[in-house]
Design a protein. Structure first.
Length: 527
């Protein structure tokens, strides 16, 4: 049996990344470029692993399931931080959030690792046409260096995640706009569009292409034809905005579900004995005009009607995106590109739909860190299989390099999953690592009270260590809390058992493993 325990250093390697990768690019270029496989890369915003191919029987995702039939569904893949920008920046650089120092929504990884070569950029440097549609990197940080081409669709805002098409929705936007004008405020983006968000959901009887995800699929299908004609391999990313809030989707996808038959979350309470800052505040949902009054996770439950509306909207949004993926797959087949194309589909983190009495993402819990990932198509031997191996988003970059026959840049922190794509049963990594930075203003009156939680997931346990965090100096302070969840008896992570004396030895071992994984000095700095 092969055993992979690769956990490379995560500190101080970013600066070297650019030089090393460009040297490698030249070496790769000299090899045969034309016969390399294409990559169809499908990031889906806020998609949690509740899909037909993951065993769910309520949600309808026949097209994502089509991808699964031609590849491997990874049932235990973990993002490195459960929120868009750090998760995506980490996956796309192949480096962990601490190495690129991206832990929030505003930091550009190039501020800290300016010369790092991203995954699409590396393929571009190696003779690929690298085309980025929609959201691959975080909305406001599209990283133009990564792409040969980064097309946008005329008429949509720069960040087309909030588009309203119903009369009610359009009226709400117009009223908000007039209000902003009346108080001398504007939210006009770089393309001259107003960017406004109002309601959390919209059921509009409109064609798929009225919203951006449909429109970009039409463009992607045209691009496939262009890319085929170019006769060089392509890396095409089609990044979907739904099911991120607002859950605005055409009516026909809402009509696929009986709202009253959608099951609600079983564990509508925060984990027992957990620190307050471990849970998110649901601010993203509270930002929507029709959900400003929602309770915090430690408060009451959201009414059943409102829970059902949100779950229905989320499911409709997932099925809307699934249908667009079906159009893409059909085009790939019609163009004769299917045989030589690798497909990677991933959601950037999990999402809570009432679990832990919470909504949205942004925690270290299983429900937020566990993310969907399917690798399918060219070069994947185990078709229609599931892998229960502990895998991480940092593994995507080296996997795609190996499948495409490209050398691995030295700075990558993950392991190629190709051995698992060949045989899903082999022994693999014994732990996956994630983290989350909690800004003080979400839970404390003290602006210097921010925390960083580091977590490790093993076959049996989730273990978390929370530290004080100095945001200005990006420095870890003292350990302030621990959490331990035993998945053998508590798979939903409802009872923190870190302080139970019978777990002392387990906690001690997991603490050592956590520090080893994050490559901290043996005497952790606590200044
Ligand atoms: Ca996201």
């Amino acid at each position: 049996m092969k055993h992979h325990t690769i956990q490379k250093s995560i500190i101080g390697i970013g600066l070297f990344a650019g030089c090393f990768s460009s040297c490698l690019a030249q070496e790769n270029k000299n090899a045969d470029t034309k016969n390399r496989p294409n990559v169809l890369f499908i990031p889906i915003d806020d998609l949690r692993p509740e899909l037909g191919c993951y065993g769910d029987t309520t949600i309808k995702t026949p097209n994502i399931d089509r991808i699964a039939k031609e590849g491997v569904v990874f049932t235990r893949t973990y993002c490195q931080q459960a929120v868009c920008n750090p998760s995506r920046a980490s996956l796309l650089t192949g480096m962990r959030p601490d190495a690129i120092q991206v832990w929030d929504l505003k930091t550009d990884f190039r501020d800290h690792v300016p010369n790092v070569v991203t995954l699409p950029q590396y393929f571009k440097d190696n003779g690929y046409s690298s085309v980025g549609l929609g959201k691959t990197f975080h909305n406001t940080l599209p990283d133009t260096l990564s792409w040969s081409e980064k097309p946008h669709i005329h008429g949509f805002p720069f960040d087309p995640d909030a588009v309203y098409a119903s009369e009610k929705g359009k009226k709400s936007i117009e009223e908000k706009k007039q209000h902003y004008i009346s108080i001398g405020k504007s939210t006009i983006d770089q393309l001259g569009h107003w960017y406004l968000k109002t309601f959390a959901t919209e059921m509009a009887d409109v064609p798929d292409d009225t919203y951006f995800d449909g429109a970009q699929t039409t463009l992607a299908i045209e691009k496939l034809q262009d890319l085929k004609d170019k006769k060089e391999p392509f890396f095409l990313s089609v990044g979907y905005y739904r099911p991120h809030l607002p859950f605005n989707a055409p009516k026909k996808y809402w009509d696929m579900y009986d709202r009253d038959a959608i099951p609600l979350a079983k564990n509508q309470y925060v984990p027992e004995n957990s620190p307050e800052y471990a849970m998110n505040s649901c601010y993203e949902l509270r930002y929507c005009d029709d959900f400003t009054d929602i309770p915090y996770p430690k408060g009451e439950n959201l009414s059943e009607d409102r829970q059902r509306l949100l779950k229905h909207g989320y499911f409709a949004s997932v099925s809307y995106v699934d249908a667009q993926i079906g159009r893409l797959l059909d085009a790939l087949e019609e163009q004769g590109l299917k045989e030589n194309t690798i497909i990677v589909l991933w959601g950037d983190h999990g999402w809570k739909l009432g679990e832990h009495n919470s909504w949205c993402k942004q925690s270290n819990y299983e429900i937020d860190t566990r993310s969907p990932m399917i690798i399918s198509g060219a070069g994947v031997k185990s078709k229609g299989q599931k892998s229960n191996a502990l895998t991480e988003f940092v593994d995507v970059y080296p996997t795609l390099c190996e499948l495409a026959g490209l050398n691995l840049p030295e700075n990558l922190e993950g392991s190629s999953l190709v051995p698992l794509l060949d045989d899903t049963e082999i022994e693999w990594k014994d732990a996956a690592y994630s983290q989350f930075m909690r800004h003080a203003h979400h839970f404390s009156k003290d602006p210097n009270d921010s925390k960083m939680g580091y977590t490790i997931r093993t076959n049996r346990y989730r273990y978390v260590e929370w530290y004080n965090w100095d945001i200005e100096r990006s420095k870890r302070g003292e350990l302030v809390a621990r959490e331990l969840y035993d998945h053998f008896v508590d798979e939903d992570e409802n009872i923190n058992k870190a302080d139970s004396p019978e777990n002392n030895l387990v906690v001690e071992k997991l603490s050592i493993k956590l520090k080893e994984g994050f490559k901290w000095p043996s005497k952790a700095k606590t200044d």
